[in-house]
Every structure is written in structure tokens, then in C-alpha cells.
Design a protein around this ligand. Structure first.
Ligand SMILES: [Zn+2]
Length: 280
């Protein structure tokens, strides 16, 4: 009873303020504060650590990856100021994937770095992941994972345990937590736009999708980043149209900068006896 009335009150006040917020993710976006997102992101990180996630520590690799992300954050910060971005490289050469959690925590698996051909492709991936954060897509994810009731409860601070519970759920699902078709398309657009604003060839993300698509039949690890809907074909087509429509341009590919990083990763993978997912 009390719960229902609180929820009704929340809903009516949100609609009152925003005018036309009807959807559940709209409610969540309006309710989940930056501070709560940051707290949630920190808790997910803690959960990942608890699960024994291994991170690459080599400063040459980590600084390189953070440097590329930093160029993307210049644009992302204009769209959503105040995010305290954090970038981690997960030591798993067999996983070709990357993901973002609330609060601006971005994770990339070392397998994705090995699969990329150049820096523009990595920049495209970072632009995509940063786009999920900028557009607050995690709110919708949270509603899907936990239900609107719980997210509102967390937002209102009714039950501090719920935040920990939510973080555990997000960490457990990790990269498998999927976004909606609409959110993925929007994030792809951010990926191309932020890349171009950092002078990278905005086609980098398309190149990366094409490469994964070509290789996914041969090695299942490549299918991971593409397991998100919509279909890869449609994503590529939409990106091509978007880039030409918005007149996005950039020329930097940076293959020569990624190459030594890949070599370091390969050497480390071989030293530990792990066969990376990528043959090159
Ligand atoms: Zn995505």
C-alpha cells in the first residue's frame, strides 16, 4: 500500500517536472542521480574484483588504452559533464568484448585489443561505450534487470541493501547484460560522432564490426561483441548512412600505435600459456 502510493507520488512528480515522461526507463533516468550511478559503478567494480577479475597492470598498455579513451571523453564530457571516467583492461585474451557500467566505468577485454586492427577501431568502441553512459542507458538496463519498483526504491534511498543487490546483479551479468536495439543504435552513433570529433576515421567502428562479422564463424569468441541486437548488417548500414548524413570525417587510423601494444599483449599471453582468440 505504502509502496504503491510512494510510487504513484514519484511517477506523478516526474511527469509533472518532465512533462512527458511515460516510459519506465524515462522514470528511472529521471530518478537515478549521478551520485547514485557513481556509487553503483564503484560497487560493480568491487563485485568484479571479488569475483577474481584479473586486470592488465602493464602501464604501457593501460596508459595507451586510457589515452585513446581520454580523447573520446573530451566530447563525452560536453554532452554529460561531471562523469568521473575510469578505464580498465581485463586480462582475458580470449574475450573480444567491452562494456560500460553506470558511473562511467569502462572495461575492455585484452582480446578486443588484439582483435582490433587500428586505434580508430578502438576509439569507435570507446565512443560506443561512452555513449551508453552519456545517454544514461544503464537506467533502462537496471529496470530490465531488477524491475522498476526496485530501481525506484534505490533511487529514493529506501533500502541501502538494494543498491548492493543491484550492483551484484550487474556484476554477475557483466558484459552479458544487453541493451535495447534503440540504445545500441544510439550508442553506435555516439561511437562514430565522438571518433570524428577526436579526428579518428569514424568508419573505425564499422571496420571493427565487419572484421568481427567475418571472423565470428571461425572463432566463437568474436561473436561476443556482436551478440547485441540489432543485427550487425543493420548496424553497419545505419552507421554508413549516419556518417554521410552528418558529414562526419576524420582520417586518423593509428595502426602503428596499436601494433606495439598488441605485441606486448601477445607476448604476455604466450608467457602465461594462453592462446589468444585472434590469429594475428
Ligand atoms: Zn552497446
Amino acid at each position: 500500500m505504502l509502496r504503491t502510493s510512494v510510487r504513484a507520488l514519484v511517477l506523478s512528480s516526474v511527469v509533472g517536472v518532465a512533462g512527458c515522461v511515460h516510459t519506465s526507463e524515462g522514470v528511472a533516468k529521471a530518478l537515478v542521480s549521478d551520485e547514485q550511478e557513481a556509487q553503483l559503478g564503484a560497487q560493480v567494480k568491487q563485485e568484479l574484483d571479488k569475483q577474481g577479475t584479473k586486470y592488465i597492470q602493464d602501464p604501457e598498455i593501460v596508459n595507451y588504452v586510457r589515452g585513446v579513451a581520454q580523447k573520446i571523453f573530451v566530447s563525452a564530457d560536453k554532452d554529460r559533464p561531471g562523469v568521473k571516467w575510469q578505464v580498465y583492461v581485463i586480462d582475458d585474451p580470449k574475450q573480444v568484448n567491452a562494456f560500460a557500467t553506470p558511473g562511467g566505468y569502462l572495461y575492455v577485454f585484452s582480446g578486443l585489443l588484439l582483435a582490433a586492427d587500428n586505434e580508430a577501431q578502438l576509439a569507435g568502441v570507446w565512443g560506443h561505450e561512452a555513449g551508453h553512459v552519456v545517454a544514461r542507458h544503464s537506467a533502462r538496463q537496471m529496470v530490465d534487470a531488477m524491475g522498476l519498483e526496485t530501481v525506484i526504491g534505490v533511487a529514493l534511498g529506501q533500502n541501502p541493501n538494494q543498491l548492493a543487490e543491484l550492483a551484484a546483479t550487474l556484476a554477475a551479468k557483466g558484459a552479458l547484460l544487453s541493451y535495447s536495439r534503440q540504445d545500441e543504435t544510439e550508442a553506435d552513433e555516439y561511437g562514430a560522432r565522438y571518433s570524428a570529433q577526436a579526428r579518428y576515421a569514424p568508419q573505425g567502428i564499422i571496420q571493427f564490426f565487419e572484421k568481427l562479422k567475418k571472423m565470428e564463424g571461425e572463432q566463437p569468441a568474436f561473436a561476443k561483441y556482436l551478440s547485441d541486437h540489432p543485427a550487425t548488417e543493420d548496424r553497419i548500414k545505419h552507421l554508413q548512412e549516419y556518417i554521410s548524413e552528418k558529414h562526419l570525417s576524420g582520417t586518423v587510423l593509428g595502426a602503428e600505435r596499436l601494433q606495439p601494444v598488441k605485441q606486448r599483449l601477445m607476448a604476455q599471453a604466450h608467457a602465461t600459456g594462453v592462446k589468444p582468440a585472434t590469429p594475428n
